[in-house]
Ligand binder design. Structure first.
Ligand SMILES: [Zn+2]
Length: 209
């Protein structure tokens, strides 16, 4: 057995991402060994970014703003619209339930966001975590933003907050080979489950349902 490959039993599961431009990247999840400390976290969200970037370029517009113009459904992937932000599934999820909180304000500058927007973003993160815990029972989450392409952002013009459910060993299960991803659940099914759970959740979120 090869000892340089992580297994489900390993306390330090690793992700191997293989993309056209970046070659093979091995990333060790927390807690990293000392030798891996300089490996950037940007790659955690980068597996699908070349596809997102292409969509962005081809449409000559922002994928988020284009989705906002459509009716909410499993097609545009938006299942909640708040006062200042909306919630959308990631078209190329890292794991099942991977969603994003996105301000309506088309900007890549966090300093452009109002206090009201920042507050609602975090309240929506809180609700998203609660809903995802109910529906998928993950063992942990990645929550965060990639600001700028150098930091791993796929859509660089419109900032967004990722909420990614995590399970021990999911990196192995979800390994990327030549940009082909194996997903455990159809996006339409994810949309249905999260949309229903979101609407059924009785706790208030920033004045919105
Ligand atoms: Zn936009």
């Amino acid at each position: 057995m090869s000892k340089d490959r992580a297994t489900h039993a390993s306390p330090l599961p690793s992700i191997t991402l293989l993309t056209k431009n970046m070659g093979r990247i091995k990333e060790t999840l927390s807690p990293p060994p000392i030798s891996a400390k300089i490996i950037p976290m940007q790659h955690i969200y980068s597996a699908w970014r070349s596809e997102y970037i292409e969509r962005d370029k081809n449409n000559e517009g922002c994928a988020f703003c284009l989705a906002l113009e459509e009716q909410d459904s499993p097609e545009n992937l938006i299942f909640h619209r708040g006062e200042t932000c909306f919630v959308i599934l990631n078209l190329f999820p890292y794991t099942s339930g991977h969603l994003m909180i996105v301000p309506y304000n088309h900007t890549n500058q966090i300093s452009d966001l109002s206090a009201e927007t920042l507050k609602e973003m975090m309240l929506l993160v809180q609700k998203a975590v609660r809903i995802l815990e109910k529906v998928y029972h993950p063992q942990g989450f990645n929550v965060g933003m990639n600001l700028g392409s150098v930091a791993g952002a796929g859509i660089t013009s419109h900032l967004h907050m990722h909420v990614v459910p995590r399970w021990q060993g999911d990196a192995n299960f979800m390994s990327v080979i030549g940009e082909t991803r194996v997903l455990p659940e159809d996006l339409g099914r994810t949309y249905q489950r999260l949309s229903e759970a979101w609407q059924a959740d009785s706790l208030n979120t920033g004045g919105n349902s």
